[in-house]
Design a protein around this ligand. Structure first.
Ligand code: FPP
Length: 234
């Protein structure tokens, strides 16, 4: 049985978690960063070898400036402070998305984390920052004229290159969204062509190892047919 899964997560519900406690939204994001650590550490035992987390969508720039700044600071701190811990756990960090609109200090933290963890191989952690799948597909399409024969495989490679996903990541096997919402929100549109979806009720700051385990158990029970019929139905 395959034990090398690519799981992607839309981490949703930070704001509601904070509101329920009478706290500012940023407190929810801070707690959300702790959930990131829990999930990253639990993932390898569950056969997950690539984990892609939606940390900041290109549409998130439309949030209040103070919230955007707090999210960027959290991200920068995570990249700077968690590197050692990531290395200890064999986690290779990679940030996917646009870099041209990020502050130079955030780009510096990204480069440092990617370089420091480049040789780790237990888990590939891709953090999606200033990420939009539609923008990524357009950026990859712009590379097509200079890249020879176009196939679905070659386009996937261009897409990875366009979002700084080096080396290229495989397609997504399982997409999880937390907080009871059931939307894709411009996340990995090309890469989820054959993904299974799990929509968890839990708010992201409360999400932990048991929730990830439950989502994986649900996923492992599914018949993934990729357009074929089941063997015993032939
Ligand atoms: C969605 O919840 C969450 C985000 C837009 C940001 C996700 C960020 C983190 C989990 C923390 C930082 C990440 C890292 C990698 C350190 P929301 O604010 O839309 O929640 P709501 O729908 O309840 O308002």
């Amino acid at each position: 049985m395959q034990r090398s899964w690519h799981v992607a997560i839309i981490m949703d519900g930070n704001g509601r978690w904070a509101r329920a406690r009478g706290l500012p939204r940023v407190a929810g994001h801070r707690q959300g960063a702790k959930a990131v650590r829990r999930v990253v550490e639990a993932a390898p035992e569950l056969g997950i070898t690539t984990l892609t987390l939606y940390a900041f969508s290109s549409d998130n720039w439309r949030r209040p400036a103070a919230e955007v700044q707090a999210l960027m600071e959290l991200l920068e701190r995570y990249l700077n402070q968690e590197c050692e811990r990531c290395l200890e756990h064999g986690v290779r960090v990679n940030v996917i998305g646009r870099r041209d609109r990020l502050a130079p200090r955030v780009v510096k933290a990204i480069r440092r984390a990617e370089t420091m963890t480049a040789k780790a191989s237990r888990l590939r952690l891709r953090l999606a920052v200033d990420y939009s799948a539609r923008h990524a597909i357009c950026a990859a399409a712009r590379l097509v004229p200079r890249s020879g024969r176009l196939t679905e495989e070659s386009f996937s490679r261009l897409l990875n290159r366009a979002i700084h996903s080096v080396p290229p990541a495989p397609d997504v096997d399982l997409l999880i969204r937390t907080s009871g919402e059931r939307r894709i929100s411009d996340f990995l549109l090309w890469e989820i062509a054959y993904a299974e979806f799990v929509f968890a009720e839990r708010l992201w700051p409360d999400f932990g190892e048991a929730d990830l385990e439950r989502a994986m158990a649900d996923f492992l029970q599914r018949d993934r047919r990729f357009g074929r019929v089941l063997e015993d139905a032939v």
